[in-house]
Design a protein around this ligand. Structure first.
Ligand code: ZN
Length: 620
């Protein structure tokens, strides 16, 4: 059943992070992502520090609890000491600023008077400095969509973070190549009203950014985060949607999840179920936490045995009146129990937790063990329980996090950052960052955005505009749209001027459609600008027939060299060749003759000329 997002009071905003091509933002290293082995590794530990406001960020604390160290991998020739945070950053790259202002103007945003770089606390280790540098470029822009204007309050230029390579419970490995790549962050107001509208807005923003010709292309070069809330819910941020087509599903599933959480809250209230007390209290650990280890000394569950053998224990807690609620589905295949488990994993690095609404037999836990646990925890038939097997510290932190999340269920929807899963569901990533996250970057002087600077920026033609212009040149809609987005669109424009004897639509066929046709045959060949220029010049002069184009492009050599073998026959030679074919096939009807002549003269003469000659020789 389709979800009525309007009835749920859906509000959605999108935040796009688009990498720019060229040089990095605060050093002059190239924006190269590499897959070869790194040249060096550096090991570090990070500490959360209070910003100038004196507050330690709540997200920072969540990360610090995990108590990890970080490994950074770099390259001698494409990363430098700036990425390692061992030398101060260089001033903002003028080329990057230019591109960012260009995007801001395209989005109808008002450029700032001064570009001021700020620091934003980042403590997951993905920035060697412990902060991300970010600068506001433009304000109060908008983009037109089929459902009206979507406002764009801010256009921001910032540095990308390191790439995560490996993640282990106590360590994370990052690659420095991505750190410092300029990112344009474009955030919309919550003006998006439906899942389909979210996709449309994201597509329009992507096209507009691509029209600048300054953005990186390919997988991972653009990332979309979405913010979703429904009436009575709260804003939840969903990160890491790599594929545009997943956006509508993510929006819809999040609306449903919030709806389910609100329903759960009302039910808890109606059933007068008390919230479980927090695990961590001012006096230490709550007495509700029970050590269940003795009941599992002789367990046949390999999972639990392994944990107990590694100085582990089994801790558990009773959840009064909650039997059945942990199995409540919030998104397809994801239950409240899954949610608690995710919080435990993130907070304590445990593998997960057990709860009484799941089939514990699948972990090798016997009904006798379950009964012993229920007895120890004093659970009656209305009660549920949670258990974790790990070291005492981890198990305690895991249950602390799970109970904290469960307590939020009594309020409704918690404000948090979630991760997009491939099936359109989401899982918990971290708490919503607090507001005390920005403070000025004193190493980098502000850049005045002068009238001269703004005047030097020429706005590129928007891709939509270009597509319409191509349609006026006679390209059909599909080809025009394809050509307008294509990296060779500027070349196409140049060729239409260079070869006035050829129809623009035909030039577009040659430039854009042939490659697709050959790829379908399995021929993967990148042709150069010169190849296409030589091909079109020969076509305009009439040296080769249109029918020869694909054959020439199939050749394993430059077009200039291949051309000689495809020259059209001079009229006299063509006439002789056709005469010979007619004489060799006495009595064969015209249509069959046309087929044979086309076959043997393919690419050597225009098809039209072959048919003309045959008709003269063989009266139909
Ligand atoms: Zn560098």
């Amino acid at each position: 059943m389709p979800v009525d997002c309007k009835a749920l009071g859906l509000k959605c905003g999108i935040e796009i992070h688009q990498q720019l091509e060229g040089e990095k933002l605060f050093c002059r290293c190239p924006t190269a992502i590499r897959e070869d082995l790194p040249h060096f590794v550096v090991k570090r530990r990070l500490h959360a520090v209070a910003g100038e406001s004196g507050q330690v960020d709540i997200a920072a604390l969540a990360e610090m609890r995990k108590n990890r160290h970080f490994i950074y991998e770099g390259y001698q020739d494409t990363t430098c000491l700036v990425e390692l945070d061992e030398t101060p950053p260089l001033p903002v790259s003028p080329a990057n600023l230019h591109a960012a202002l260009q995007a801001a103007l395209l989005l109808h945003a008002k450029p700032v008077d001064d570009l001021r770089v700020m620091r934003k606390t980042v403590v997951d280790g993905s920035n060697t400095s412990g902060f991300q540098r970010t600068a506001l470029v433009g304000l109060d822009g908008w983009i037109e969509t089929s459902a009206g204007r979507v406002r764009i309050p801010t256009v921001i230029l910032e540095e990308d973070s390191c790439r995560i390579i490996r993640e282990e419970p106590d360590a994370a490995s990052y690659r420095l190549d991505r750190l410092g790549i300029p990112l344009l962050e474009i955030g919309t107001a919550p003006d998006i009203t439906s899942p389909a509208h979210c996709l449309e807005t994201a597509e329009k923003l992507g096209l507009l950014l691509r029209s600048t010709g300054r953005v990186k292309r390919g997988l991972g070069t653009i990332r979309q985060d979405i913010n979703v809330s429904i009436a009575g819910g709260v804003r939840v941020e969903i990160k890491g949607a790599q594929e545009l087509r997943l956006l509508p599903k993510l929006v819809e599933q999040e609306a449903l999840r919030q709806h389910a959480l609100l329903g759960l809250r009302d039910e808890l209230k109606r059933l007068r179920i008390p919230a479980p007390p927090p695990v961590a209290t001012a006096e230490g650990v709550s007495r509700t936490l029970a050590d269940l280890t003795p009941h599992f000394r002789k367990t046949s569950s390999k999972l639990i045995l392994r944990a107990l053998q590694h100085k582990g224990c089994m801790l558990g807690v009773r959840l009064q009146g909650m039997a059945g609620l942990l199995g409540r589905e919030l998104q397809p295949g994801r239950r409240l129990g899954t949610e608690l488990s995710d919080h435990a994993k993130v907070a304590a690095g445990v593998g997960g937790l057990f709860h009484s609404d799941e089939a514990l037999g699948k972990y090798g836990i016997t009904p006798e063990e379950t009964a012993a646990v229920r007895k120890e925890l004093a659970c009656d038939s209305h009660d549920a329980f949670l258990m974790v097997a790990d070291t005492p510290d981890r198990a305690r932190r895991a249950l602390d996090a799970a109970i904290a999340r469960l307590r939020q269920a009594f309020q409704g929807v918690p404000a948090e950052v979630r991760k997009a899963n491939d099936d359109g569901t989401t899982s918990y990533l971290r708490p919503m960052p607090g507001a005390a996250r920005m403070y000025p970057e004193t190493d980098i002087p502000p850049v005045p955005v002068t009238r001269e600077l703004l005047a030097s920026i020429t706005l590129p033609e928007g891709i939509e505009h270009r597509s319409q212009r191509y349609q006026k040149l006679g390209l059909d809609k599909d080809l025009a749209e394809f050509a307008a987005k294509h990296e060779r669109s500027a070349l196409f424009d140049a060729f239409t001027r260079q070869f006035p004897g050829l129809k623009p639509a035909y030039i577009a066929e040659v430039l854009f459609a042939t490659e697709r046709a050959l790829r379908r045959e399995g021929v993967e060949r990148k042709r150069t600008d010169e190849d296409y220029a030589a091909l079109l010049a020969a076509l305009e002069r009439g040296d080769i027939a249109k029918e020869a184009v694909l054959d020439i492009l199939r050749e394993q050599q430059p077009v200039v060299q291949a051309l000689s073998r495809y020259r059209t026959l001079p009229d006299a030679a063509l006439r002789d060749a056709i005469k010979a074919i007619v004489q060799a096939n006495p009595g064969v009807p015209l249509n069959a003759l046309i087929g044979r002549a086309m076959e043997s003269l393919r690419g050597k003469a225009p098809g039209k000329r072959i048919v003309e000659e045959l008709r003269r020789l063989v009266p139909g």
